[in-house]
Design a protein around this ligand. Structure first.
Ligand SMILES: [Zn+2]
Length: 474
């Protein structure tokens, strides 16, 4: 076939213009300043999906006729950075449908992976453009392949940016599924819910193996009801969360992961587990529902957070849906979160433990935070910028990270080189990737209505539109 030379049909300026698109936002939420800015034009590079400029347009009627690129008119909506759910399990579906044990031991990895692809699409359409998956729960490292299909530049299926942890790590005897025939055996028919490791050498090996397999995060079970069998005779003992790993094991895992630029999330509920973890610079505490009980504990507890970058991910939505908002565990989760509010803790990220309840209902976590007294602007920040600060890799942390962040607006880095997931998201500013959502709702008057999946009219990820006028485009 003969190739013909491409004849330029426009002048250089027009070519430049056509290389970009503009989103016109009636209102725009800025998580850095907590402001709702009016009438903002967001200019996006079609090629890279990066935001090149955000500036006000003073006359709403004033046309962009001289602009050659596409104009997406969202002047009737409020535009926000895409939401981030920092604690999902795409390989689980609600326990109300199928128990956790049956999902892990009776559903094939093929079925679980197909379900995960459906969960991913629902999540994106609900306005969540990035998630962190904290463990496949018996589905091995299927999340690594899912990540390639979802969030690489050659993505095959719609879904959010996907940061994943492969298998969580826990010591022998801790985690299910537990056989009722062979009480001393780990798992059932070769299926374990976690990667089992004991002693600092095995712990280091597990972390290295997982990072080598492609994990973005290391997830550990730092405390757990290890004596759950005792519940047959003593409910109190059976239900008690106890520290699982020895300190040297936890330290070895955190140091090893950090040396490779990988962060560590810890399932941890008790003060005695959490304080050493924070001092060892663990990157996020998941659940922490015993932190606020009693009140004196909460003060000491959250004092530990100050000066550290550790994020608190309270997973209120999981406790709420499992308990229908009643009972001791829910009360404890509420007390912990309210204590964090009283002490003005700001290093919070929104993660619902989504999967325990329906994927796509991720905004429940945001709604519960507001119901429990959090300022809705703070919640929007925790669900956007707070999410990015949580899931981003360690290349963005420390002094080097601060320098890198300060240069973001210079657009020195080509996102196609740094990779799909390493770009800044969680704010609509020059140098951030165009992950945008929009709602007609009024946050002050009806927060829950404004953030619900149904109200999200528009979803863009990496400059590409996935939902418009409330309808999925894919
Ligand atoms: Zn979880």
């Amino acid at each position: 076939m003969q190739l013909t030379a491409r004849i330029p049909t426009a002048d250089a300026q027009a070519q430049r213009a056509a290389a970009t698109k503009k989103v016109l936002a009636g209102k725009l939420f800025d998580p850095y300043t907590l402001e709702l800015l009016e009438n903002q034009a967001i200019t996006i590079c079609n090629d890279s999906g990066m935001i090149l400029d955000v500036s006000p347009f003073s006359e709403p009627g004033s046309d962009f006729a001289s602009f050659d690129g596409e104009v997406i008119d969202l002047r009737h909506l409020t535009v926000l950075p895409g939401f981030v759910d920092t604690h999902v399990h795409f390989f689980l579906h609600p326990y109300a449908e199928t128990s956790w044990e049956d999902q892990v031991t009776k559903e094939s990895i093929v079925e679980r992976t197909i379900r995960a692809t459906v969960h991913a699409k629902r999540t994106l359409m609900a306005g969540f453009t990035a998630v962190r998956d904290l463990g496949t729960e018996g589905a091995g490292d299927a999340d690594i392949a899912l990540r390639k299909c979802l969030s690489s530049p050659g993505a095959l299926i719609p879904g959010p940016r996907y940061f994943c942890a492969t298998r969580a790590i826990a010591p022998t005897g801790t985690y299910g599924p537990k056989s009722s025939l062979y009480l001393n055996k780990e798992g059932i028919d070769g299926v374990t819910g976690v990667d089992v490791a004991d002693g600092s050498q095995e712990c280091i090996k597990a972390v290295r193996r997982q990072i080598g397999a492609g994990a973005d995060w290391i997830k550990i079970y730092a405390d757990y009801p290890i004596r759950s069998r005792a519940s047959e005779v003593s409910r109190r003992v059976g239900a008690a969360s106890m520290r699982t790993f020895e300190l040297d094991e936890v330290q070895a895992m955190i140091y090893t992961a950090h040396a490779y630029g990988v962060k560590v999330a810890a399932h941890a509920t008790n003060r005695s587990t959490i304080i050493p973890l924070i001092n060892l610079k663990v990157d996020s505490i998941e659940h922490g529902y015993e932190m606020g009980t009693p009140a004196i504990t909460a003060v000491e507890m959250f004092e530990e957070y100050k000066g550290h970058e550790t994020k608190y991910v309270p997973t209120l939505a999981a406790y709420y849906t499992m308990s229908q908002g009643k009972g001791e565990i829910w009360d404890h989760a509420v007390n912990s979160f309210k204590a964090a509010l009283r002490l003005n803790l700001d290093n919070i990220a929104c993660g619902g433990d989504t999967g325990v309840f329906t994927h796509g209902a991720n905004a429940l976590e945001l709604s519960l935070m507001v119901r429990l007294g959090a300022d809705w602007k703070k919640v929007l920040k925790w669900a956007t910028l707070g999410g990015w600060e949580c899931v981003r890799s360690r290349m963005w942390e420390g002094e080097a990270g601060k320098t890198r962040l300060a240069q973001v607006g210079d657009l020195k880095e080509d996102p196609r080189i740094v990779g799909d997931n390493e770009v800044p998201f969680g704010a609509v500013r020059r140098g951030f990737i165009a992950d945008l959502i929009a709602t007609p709702g009024n946050f002050a008057a009806d927060f829950e209505g404004a953030v619900s999946a149904e109200s999200i009219q528009f979803v863009m990820k990496g400059g590409r539109i996935y939902k418009r006028d409330g309808l999925p485009l894919v």
